[in-house]
Design a protein around this ligand. Structure first.
Ligand SMILES: CC(C)(COP(=O)(O)OP(=O)(O)OC[C@H]1O[C@@H](n2cnc3c(N)ncnc32)[C@H](O)[C@@H]1OP(=O)(O)O)[C@@H](O)C(=O)NCCC(=O)NCCS
Length: 181
């Protein structure tokens, strides 16, 4: 596995690098595609990068160095979620699949949970294909649930992987229309 997740210290030694990463990249499929220094610093101060629900890592690649940022979310809820952001010049090379595999290994080897979840916009095809490539299953398609500034809302699509699927390498199928009239 070429990926290492390195826990970052948002209020200490990693503060300036975190602000730099979040402000110099654009995140077109997030609710806020452009972040200002003030917004990132306010998020750091309220614990959005590290508190009882959130923990953040740099994503390090054996050959490419630091390639992005990963945050585990909802950590006190029993089923963690994640937010993955690659540095712009390193997108488009399929690197997210190894990152998602490393994140899944981390969750199931260090946390007492049997599910790991992720959500993205319906038009974030790169992220959705990454979920599929890693054996995650689509579990929900929330129509018009994702607000888009200046445009019509799009769907939010939810994926998950079960611990037993991670253990066996086989995705447990879901019968979508399990009840009919
Ligand atoms: C989403 C993200 C992590 C994906 O990373 P990536 O590994 O660079 O993704 P790629 O662009 O290489 O695309 C992954 C796959 O989707 C395919 N793909 C991407 N865009 C596509 C499109 N518009 N149509 C069809 N296929 C597409 C790629 O061909 C690739 O396919 P492969 O697995 O067969 O090689 C990265 O783009 C990113 O950090 N974006 C900003 C933050 C974000 O949106 N994060 C998701 C929220 S959790």
């Amino acid at each position: 596995m070429p990926i290492t997740l390195t826990r970052l210290d948002p209020t200490g030694m990693d503060h300036d690098d975190l602000v730099d990463f979040m402000t110099r990249n654009e995140f077109g499929f997030h609710v806020r595609p452009r972040l200002t220094r003030e917004e990132v610093e306010a998020a750091i101060a309220r614990g959005a990068y590290r508190d009882e629900d959130n923990d953040s890592c740099w994503v390090e690649h054996t050959e490419l160095g630091r390639i992005g940022f990963l945050r585990f979310e909802d950590l006190s809820e029993g089923t963690p979620l994640f937010d993955l952001r690659l540095d712009t010049p390193l997108r488009g090379r399929g690197l997210a699949a190894d990152v998602l595999r490393a994140a899944t290994d981390h969750v199931f080897t260090t946390m007492d949970t049997h599910r790991f979840e992720g959500q993205t916009r319906e038009d974030n095809i790169a992220m959705r294909k990454t979920f599929l490539r890693c054996g995650w299953l689509k579990e929900a398609h929330y129509r018009e649930a994702w607000p888009v500034g200046g445009g019509a809302p799009v769907a939010s699509v939810a994926y998950a992987i079960l611990r037993r699927d991670w253990e066996t390498g086989r995705t447990t199928p879901l019968l979508w229309e399990d009840l009919t009239l």
